[in-house]
Design a protein around this ligand. Structure first.
Ligand code: SAM
Length: 691
């Protein structure tokens, strides 16, 4: 277990003064002639005269974005990253996005990272956007995808080609260092993602807390060589702070009646300007930047493999997806109805952060896909999660106190639960209106329909050979079946077949679902209901219920015992849902893959021998500080162990893997990356003297 105190700085989901890990103080506004003004800072979000002209002048022109974007090489894929201090109304973001659409080549993606301590609530956001009719269509997309006001890192993709936006909700003094921490603190080998800085935030005199040394340190650490910055202020503290860290700083004419502002560039870090970062006591999770990767082989075309393939393909990488079956999603991702569900907890804790953020990201992700394509079979009919024990009911009560203001979930009593679901329910629950069920095979097919993805079916990868500059995948008869600069192992428990991932402690959990005739259903459910099992609304004239859970049986035959188990569990929920004597007309059994701590396994594969040597001292002293960054297998990654929540967890896991492979900033804080990392098992075993 990780002490709560150390969670505070990193996860953004920590116990705070309100004893509520989900609490965030929203912006407190007063409106002056329709312009939002922050009551606690006594400053406006944008100029009363012409807010959008000022933003364009200071931030877009100050960073020379139009010229730079027109000069990008249209023949290559690429990513341009802006980092902003103070998201506010999103005006700067919307203007940058609009300009990007006008100037940047299609092969490039805009990545916009913005820090915000007091986000506007969605009503205020929409009200502020009314000022700019020319931005209305982009503003509507932003409003639609705006994350709930919860601390932490929220990634959103606002279109097929982006922009990708990372909203870091929390104090910049915590969130920027956490972002650095997640990509590794090594000045030479860790990624440097940022091309341009928008230093907004209220004036240093009104908001000295923001313009601290830690901000300038973070800028020096995250900037690419020659990254630009622009800011409306010309305050001495900003000028000095940036110069001391290797930025050239120039005074420019301010907007309108304002005299000065500052613009400049980061000259490649000098040893004496590189900020001293506190050394990590055990830097095993400091993956160095990946050598440039253009092609990737992904092994396994289930949800994990298909979402990973798509995340890489959208970044311009060529992907070969290898599948031993005749079609994608024929094994554990093959159920006709997968539930988009989560189990939140009122406690702060790493896995709870992942549970929450992967769920919110998955909702956003699937709604975005569904709004652009009808290729995915499913229904956002809502998911009702019921309290299965007095302990769970007590947890729900605490969650209700913590999340009372939120609209993406509703706490419902048994009457409301019955009305929502259409069946007679006797427990209280939580209703997630935007969730539902999706067909995982249709998700897989939709995800891999991309020109950069080649699917090789009926091809079983049997071993993976690193030739130093590329990977070769060997199939039956020792024949090479694919090659790539990097490889991602996403074939569930069969990952242990490969020498590189043989150490993973994967478990097989058998699960069976049962189908019933529509005529046998007395009270058809209107939404997904998760209780000790689950039941989904009818689909293709059948009712599907699930799922058994067996850790000790690796057989994937459909059995009568498991049908009986599923029926019994359903009867515990609602004895009248099916007509008496109804019998299953079929079913499907598959083996889910889980890890011992039930967290997915996502990240670079460790070089086991090197770990055993480098961290040998942990066997004697688990708290020993060892100043040796982890050594990893070259360009070799894994994405497995999503258990029964693959629909929910794979979209964010795929973003994390793509961030590793493409040297982007990570969508999750470092400690969470660590708790998903495959190397965690080696470190834990060394600490417990088990290896
Ligand atoms: N860029 C914004 C826009 O386009 O609307 C305007 C930003 S507004 C002038 C300044 C923002 O900085 C506010 O939203 C405020 O909540 C945020 N802010 C102030 N102090 C902060 C801090 N310490 N950490 C993160 N955000 C902060």
């Amino acid at each position: 277990t990780i002490p709560v105190a150390s969670l505070i700085a990193f996860t953004g989901l920590s116990l705070n003064d309100h004893n509520n890990p989900y609490y965030l103080q929203p912006a407190e506004l007063n409106w002056q002639d329709g312009v939002p003004c922050a009551s606690d800072f006594g400053d406006v979000y944008f100029s009363r005269d012409d807010g959008s002209a000022e933003s364009r002048y200071v931030f877009l022109d100050g960073n020379q974005l139009a010229e730079r974007w027109r000069a990008l090489d249209a023949n290559k894929p690429g990513r341009f990253t802006i980092c902003e201090t103070g998201f506010g109304t999103g005006l700067n973001f919307l203007l940058a996005w609009q300009l990007w659409q006008q100037c940047a080549p299609d092969s490039w993606t805009l990545h916009y990272i913005s820090c915000e301590k007091h986000p506007l609530n969605s009503g205020d956001l929409a009200k502020a956007h009314q000022h700019w009719p020319s931005l209305a269509s982009l503003a509507a997309i932003l409003q639609h995808n705006y994350p709930p006001l919860i601390p932490g890192h929220h990634r959103r993709s606002l279109g097929e080609r982006g922009p990708h936006i990372d909203l870091l909700f929390g104090d910049i003094a915590d969130t920027l260092p956490a972002l650095i921490d997640s990509i590794g603190s090594h000045p030479d080998s860790s990624p440097r993602p940022v091309d341009a800085w928008f230093l907004d935030g209220f004036a240093p005199s009104a908001n000295p807390g923001m313009w601290q040394a830690s901000l300038f340190d973070a800028m020096a650490r995250l900037s690419k060589p020659n990254a630009s910055f622009a800011t409306f202020t010309a305050a001495g503290i900003v000028k000095r702070g940036l110069r001391e860290r290797g930025f050239t700083v120039t005074k420019a004419k301010g907007f309108g009646r304002k005299r000065d502002m500052l613009v400049g560039h980061f000259s490649a870090a000098q040893p004496d300007t590189e900020p001293a970062l506190p050394p990590s006591p055990l830097p095993w999770h400091q993956p160095a930047a990946t050598a440039s990767v253009h092609s990737v082989v992904v092994v396994g075309a289930g949800l994990a493999g298909c979402t990973t393939a798509r995340a890489l393909a959208e970044r311009g990488l060529r992907v070969t997806l290898i599948e031993r079956r005749a079609n994608p999603a024929e094994e554990a991702s093959g159920n006709p109805q997968g539930m988009l569900y989560t189990k939140l907890s009122p406690e702060p804790g790493l896995l709870n952060v992942f549970t929450l953020h992967s769920f919110l990201y998955a909702l956003h992700h699937y709604h975005r896909i569904a709004s652009n394509s009808d290729a995915i079979d499913g229904e956002f009919c809502g998911v009702l999660q019921l309290a299965n024990s007095p302990r769970e009911a007590a947890l729900f009560k605490r969650l209700q106190q913590q999340l009372a203001e939120h609209h993406w979930l509703q706490f419902v009593d048994r009457d409301r639960a019955s009305a929502l679901s259409g069946i007679d329910i006797r427990q209280d629950g939580i209703f997630y209106p935007a969730a539902g069920w999706l067909s995982p095979p249709s998700v897989c097919k939709e995800r891999i329909a991309h020109p950069n993805i080649a699917l090789l079916t009926n091809s079983e990868a049997l071993s993976l050979l690193d030739h130093g500059d590329h990977w070769q995948i060997i199939g039956s008869g020792q024949h090479p079946i694919a090659e790539g600069d990097a490889v991602v192992i996403a074939n569930s428990h069969d990952a242990t077949q490969f020498s590189q991932s043989a150490f993973l402690p994967l478990r097989k959990i058998r699960g069976q679902i049962s189908y019933f005739r529509q005529q046998d259903v007395q009270t058809p459910p209107r939404c997904v209901v998760c209780h000790k099992g689950y039941v989904a609304p009818e689909h293709k004239q059948q009712l599907c219920i699930g799922a058994s859970f067996d850790l000790h049986n690796a057989n994937s035959e459909v059995t009568a015992e498991d049908h009986a188990y599923n029926l019994n569990t359903l009867a515990g929920l609602s004895p009248k849902l099916l007509k008496p004597g109804s019998e299953a007309i079929g079913g499907r059994a598959a083996l889910r893959c889980a890890s011992p701590d039930y967290a997915p396994i996502v990240g670079a594969l460790p070089d086991i021998e090197a770990f055993d040597n480098d961290y040998a001292a942990l066997r004697k002293d688990a708290r020993r500080a060892i100043d040796q960054p982890g050594r990893y297998v070259r360009n070799c990654y894994v994405n497995v162990a999503h258990g029964s929540r693959g629909l929910t967890s794979t979209p964010l896991a795929a973003e994390l893997l793509a961030a590793y492979l493409c040297n982007e900033s990570r969508p999750l804080p470092k400690q969470l990356c660590e708790s998903l990392s495959p190397a965690r098992f080696i470190i834990r075993d060394l600490m417990r003297s088990k290896r």
